[in-house]
Design a binder for this molecule. Structure first.
Ligand SMILES: [Zn+2]
Length: 42
């Protein structure tokens, strides 16, 4: 069995399609882009 830490480390990280930045804090978010790109569009 994997430890909880190992489990989370193997989860695919969301990457912003605009700039390629990894978004580790928005795993549950429906947003596809990072805060920076969203702020640029609005
Ligand atoms: Zn971005």
């Amino acid at each position: 069995m994997m430890s909880p830490v190992e489990f989370f480390q193997t989860l695919p990280k969301k990457v912003c399609p605009e700039c390629g930045q990894i978004m580790e804090e928005q795993a549950e978010s429906y947003l596809m882009e990072c805060d920076r790109c969203l702020s640029k569009k609005r």
